[in-house]
Design a protein around this ligand. Structure first.
Ligand code: MN
Length: 323
């Protein structure tokens, strides 16, 4: 979808008449938020603006492949006044970090494609149909007649390819493919970018995956339960940060409707759900005080409150209500 002319004009106006910019993305940053923010950095630098790049959380290792990523600060800036604050994929400003409220801006801009976005900014550039924020940025630059370069092509490609799961997710449109074909004209090593985001993991993640799959339990062939115990994490010197993607594997079985990963540490159980069409796992997470989306959700619960077997039984009962 094209960005409306009033929004384009307002954006131009805010950018042109101001000098200092603070750019921030959401906690646990991903390639889409980061690629969007860094391509905006390139645009602002081409206009000789002063830009402070901020991420409250340390970048995950795989984002360091992105051009200019080393310029992102994890400390708050020394001064607390900026002309403009631009927020990437932050449904509210504090999604960029709790300290953001200490800063003062004359204008704020929010750029996002998540339905949860609220209209808190002076200018809200929101498109809930866009499969990525990077795609919104591409269209913005195109409509501004800003000529992108190879680095910006890499940044936007990384955002698009990760948020569409390599064109896999249903939000992907014909326009997405057209945009990527334009980006590929800049002749960067897209295969290396794909390897970086899709064929790379840690030793701990692989070992935990093996353990989880080995111990997988199937109920009625429809519900898969994976458990990673505290001792598994200790054995592989791993933490919860090494469990990425593990919950998705049981979904490869045709009969499986719901996959559940239960992670245990000293204090609590951390439970993650994935589902196919039938089951709304956000409802299940909600009954345990968690939340999320229809097909991906989770919750945490103290080990003092419940025993493992009790927890598993309760989860199974909730899932079976919907099957
Ligand atoms: Mn995104």
């Amino acid at each position: 979808m094209r960005i409306s002319l009033p929004i384009i004009n307002r954006f131009k106006q805010i950018i042109l008449k101001n000098k200092t910019f603070f750019l921030a993305m959401h906690l646990n940053p991903d390639a889409d938020a980061c690629g969007s923010m860094l391509s905006m950095y390139c645009y602002l630098k081409s206009l000789n603006k002063k830009v402070y790049l901020f991420s409250s959380d340390k970048l995950p290792e795989n984002l360091y492949i992105l051009p200019h990523s080393s310029k992102i600060n994890s400390e708050m800036p020394k001064k607390n006044k900026f002309d403009v604050g631009i927020f990437f994929e932050c449904s509210t400003p504090d999604r960029a970090g709790s300290k953001i409220s200490e800063l003062n801006f004359k204008y704020t801009i929010s750029i996002d494609h998540h339905k949860t976005a609220t209209k808190y900014a002076t200018l809200n550039i929101l498109d809930f149909k866009s499969p990525s924020t990077s795609e919104i940025i591409y269209r913005l630059f195109k409509q501004l007649k800003f000529k992108i370069d190879k680095n910006i092509a890499i940044l936007l490609y990384a955002g698009i390819i990760t948020d569409t799961g390599k064109f896999h997710y249903p939000q992907t449109t014909p326009q997405t493919h057209i945009i990527v074909s334009e980006l590929l004209k800049y002749r960067f090593n897209f295969s290396k970018i794909n390897d970086n985001f899709f064929l790379r993991t840690t030793y701990q993640n692989l070992k935990l995956l093996g353990r989880a799959i080995e111990n997988m339990e199937l109920y009625d062939e429809k519900i898969a339960i994976l458990i990673l115990k505290q001792k598994d994490f200790e054995e592989f010197k791993a933490g919860f940060e090494h469990t990425e993607n593990i919950v998705n594997f049981p979904m490869m079985l045709d009969s499986v409707e719901v996959s559940v990963l239960i992670k245990e540490d000293k204090e609590r159980y951390n439970v993650t759900f994935r589902s196919k069409e039938k089951v709304d796992v956000s409802k299940i997470a909600l009954t345990f005080g968690g939340g999320g989306h229809r097909n991906a959700s989770g919750f945490k619960i103290s080990r003092k409150k419940i025993l493992y077997n009790e927890l598993k039984d309760k989860i199974l009962i909730e899932i079976k209500k919907q099957l």
